[in-house]
Design a protein around this ligand. Sequence first.
Ligand SMILES: Cc1ncc(COP(=O)(O)O)c(C=O)c1O
Length: 504
Amino acid sequence: MGKTKKYCYGICLLSSIVINILFSINLYLGGGGGALQRGEKNLEIVYRPSLTWTEKAAAEAEAVAAISCSGHGRAYLDSLISDGQTVCECYTCYGGIDCSEFSPGCSADADSGDPIFLEPFWMQKAEDSAIVVSGWHRMSYSYAGYTSMSTMSLEVEKYIHKIHSIVGNAITEGRYLVFGIGSSQLLSAAVYALSSQNSSSPSNVVATIPYYPMYEAQTLFFNSEDFEFEGDTNSWKLNNATNNMDVIEFVTSPNNPDGELKTSVIGGKTIYDHAYFWPHFTPIPAPSDHDFMIFTLSKLTGHAGARFGWAVIKDKDVYEKVSTYIQVADLGISKDTQLRVLKLLKVAVEDDGKQLFKFAYDKMRQRWDRLTSVFSKSTRFSIQKRDPLHCNFFNETRLPSPAYAWVKCEREEEDDCHAVLEAGKIIGRTGSTYKAKDRYVRLSLIKSQDDFDLLMLRLTELVSLENEFLSYKQNKNVRNAREAGMTNSTPPKHPIHYGTRNRT
Ligand SMILES: Cc1ncc(COP(=O)(O)O)c(C=O)c1O
């Protein structure tokens, strides 16, 4: 009897322990109404095994991402809906309901600097880079709870410092940061902040040819009595050698369109536009440490659509003027954008940036390898020379792999290179867009793989035509020598005919 009693007590004790353990587990993982819950003691986020209000949004996001558009287009949550179906947005030269129809005669579009080449990286990182935005996410104008009423996320600031310190491309510690709607907004904020207000004459804004056209466009558009655009640095220097005038110089390094690492020509007030100063486009020789530097997410992670850039500023007064500009222009940058930027930067710094920059550099190098192989067979066209440089990030000497090919038409008579290429079904951007000669054309190398593959196809066709013509000429010379000029063979179409059509 006594033995049976003891046995019963034992079972009761064991059951009580098991029940307590189950209760504790339930308390931490299953209790409460939210999908994510903070453990009371250590404030760590504890994930519940099942979701509640995010499930519908997650299912919608996955359903639209699963629409393949034949790999030649994309469907987004905010794409058009037709007959209850999300409409595929097809890449250039592809059409049809699922983007499967290729237009054979279509021109390769190498015009815009849309950085879609990084899309496959983000698809690989789908799980790490997705965000869920609640309906009540940061409805306020400012980040409450921070020391001062701020419109900039301190966490985003932290990750911007982190990415620069990992890459080693800029000194940002002890510097002021200001966020902008893309770096585009910060370009004009910079001119405003550096111009001499209350002076009798406007500040002279200059850049070195070939230069990014936005500098001139903005300076003219925002038409102020405090600054005016004066064009090329070298001409300005020649014409104003003796004048002690106020100058603001844009230094684009690496340069758009030709990829060169630039330094200041005039010296004085400078705005370093470092949009492309990342290891996938250029070796990083040393951290930049200028008074005013501008960077953009567009060319770092490829998210041009997010519209996010940042300025790194040394001087407090200049910083305050730039902050004022942003506050007056738009009361700060969208909190939704900042949330997304934070998530993307967290992925970018994973593994000390190795994954993102290795992917991006490999992609750019492969494109440059294919490009140089085609141009090496041409005497009619040439591209910019690239010199190897030590890259502190990859810790080896590498060739730059710029975002754009700066193509030159070498034949004397082909002084409208855009027209020459256009006739060969290639759309680039004219040299005169950058105030250079129209003998030059910029070709974008950072668009989608479809765009790049078609560009390679069209370039190969154009160059092989040139070689066909050359071998025809050589054969003709041999025949002439042999037969004293008697020939009735038809020459291939002279490449010179391309390009003449649009000249008038
Ligand atoms: C040199 C340079 N600076 C600035 C920008 C603007 O970039 P975003 O406004 O997307 O940041 C670009 C865009 O192509 C650029 O090429």
